[in-house]
Design a protein around this ligand. Sequence first.
Ligand code: DX5
Ligand code: ZN
Length: 211
Amino acid sequence: MTVKIAPSILSADFACLGEEVRAIDNAGCDYVHIDVMDGHFVPNITIGSDVVKALRPHTKKVFDVHLMIEPAAPYIEAFAKAGSDIITVHAELAHLDRMLQQIRSFGKKAGVALNPATSESCIEYILDKLDMIVVMSVNPGFGGQSFIESQLDKIKRIKKMIENRPIEIEVDGGINEKTAKLCIEAGANVLVAGSAVFKNNNYSDNIHVLR
Ligand code: DX5
Ligand code: ZN
């Protein structure tokens, strides 16, 4: 199975984001993971849809936009029009089914993220409306946290649950050389990595090591 690497620009230099996105593109990333935080659903504030729009001309790679905002529904259209390719909303929000339909109505791929304490059972009835499931292996809000091992079991359960549906399983948080391997063994095929990619200037080596 081919593993995709999605560097999180949360750990990039915010003073030169365009340049950073071009650098991870050249370094061979698959997706560009964009962490959107509102200071309400998570205790941090980051990027809005105008930043996504400004970054769009810098790369043709897939924009994997992770919305950690509540509510999310009123902002889906803006993120879709800004050039997102995959839009992920959190399972802990109300009206998940409706939000997934909304994302797909803009021709975008729809993802659902599960916080560490959220069971995969809450997505059982919406599997056919999903393109990606994001297993949060840290509590969302910040880069550089340690991987929560209990989530490996959740990845395995999800892998079984999706059967042969074409749904990607992405793991987000605390990914390094060691945890990347465990996630791939458990059934994940997309790995988000913030600090592990941006820790030094060797983005290409850092991406390579995780695959
Ligand atoms: C956490 C974010 C992650 C984070 C990952 O709230 O959703 O995408 O940036 O960062 P690392 O790889 O440093 O754990
Ligand atoms: Zn994320």
